[in-house]
Design a protein around this ligand. Structure first.
Ligand code: NAD
Length: 283
């Protein structure tokens, strides 16, 4: 591994991100000099495509890597020299590693982060039939993770039905049409009624989007519920699910494991994700 590491996060409104603290605390425990800079496109007057100029600048300034977040996870791809296989399949990059040769390679640790959090937090959860609420960036990563770890069938629901249909089409090509379907909001009660588990990947439950993403009556013991929102860690959905007797998984694990996987790519060192989970609950 390296002795020192200079990395950053590019995106819009990244100021409140917990990534610097998560990475730097883990680096401290490795005795590694580590700088994690926040690079916000808004005050720079840049749009989603401005990420290209920033990636080139970071490479020239000797950065070891970058995390990439909303709204640049897709637009960054055109500015990279290569992609990992899963980043190429997903069409989204959240981690860029600069090689010694200056080449910028894109990776995606959102999906691997969810997969690791899921197997750790809900081991032996049945994955025959899973409803996924939200077909945006997080939903795409979760869907890739669930179908990769062997879920039999995913049902996608999004208030933007074209978005659900678009993601379903991509997943059907990748994993087979029999494993993916979409449901209109009106079909949600029947879909959840027949499901083993529900994953929530819309922003509902964040301060700016209060409330529940689906009627609480649809939650029942025997259904597991996994949340992707991690600010706050305890969302109204998780509280309602627990009250209904569901096994639950909060969004903190995905956030920590995507950071841990990025840390490994940046430094070549093995992070201790359990310690990082403890850090998250302290932050
Ligand atoms: P996004 O805007 O790309 O997608 C959200 C989708 O949810 C949209 O397609 C929207 O139409 C849909 N939606 C909104 N309300 C809905 C409702 N009530 N029912 C059905 N669909 C609804 O957003 P994103 O980037 O996917 O992020 C979603 C959430 O996931 C955010 O809260 C984000 O903070 C969180 N997130 C967490 C992690 C993590 O590591 N835990 C990683 C990425 C994103």
């Amino acid at each position: 591994g390296r002795e020192s590491c200079l990395v950053g996060l590019i995106g819009s409104g990244v100021g409140p991100s917990l990534s610097p603290a998560l990475h730097q605390r883990e680096a401290d425990r490795h005795g590694l000099r580590y700088l994690y800079r926040l690079i916000d496109i808004d005050p720079l007057g840049l749009g989603p495509d401005g990420v290209g100029e920033l990636v080139r600048a970071a490479a020239r300034l000797g950065f070891d890597g970058l995390n990439i977040t909303h709204p640049c996870k897709q637009t960054v791809i055109g500015h990279l020299d290569g992609l990992s296989e899963d980043a190429a399949l997903l069409g989204a990059v959240n981690t860029v590693v600069f090689g010694e040769d200056g080449r910028a390679i894109g990776h995606n640790t959102d999906w691997s982060g969810f997969a690791r959090s899921f197997s750790r937090g809900l081991p032996d959860a049945p994955t025959g039939e899973i409803v996924l609420l939200g077909a945006g960036g997080a939903g795409a990563a979760v869907a890739h993770a669930l179908l990769t770890v062997g879920a039999d069938r995913l049902t996608l629901a999004d208030t933007d039905q074209a978005r659900a249909a678009g993601l379903a089409g991509t997943l059907a090509t990748r994993f087979g049409a029999a494993r993916v379907r979409t449901v209109a909001p009106g079909g949600l009660p029947a879909a959840v009624g027949g499901a083993d588990g529900l994953v929530h990947a819309t922003p509902t439950g964040m301060a700016a989007h209060p409330g529940l993403p689906l009627p609480a009556e649809l939650l029942r013991a025997g259904l597991w519920v996994a949340e992707v929102v991690y600010r706050p860690l305890e969302t109204p959905l998780l509280a309602a699910a627990r009250a209904a007797g569901c096994r639950t998984l909060d969004g903190g694990g995905m956030a920590v494991f995507q950071a841990a996987d990025a840390f490994r790519l940046f430094t070549g060192r093995e992070p201790d994700a359990t310690r990082m989970l403890t850090d998250l609950s302290d932050l």
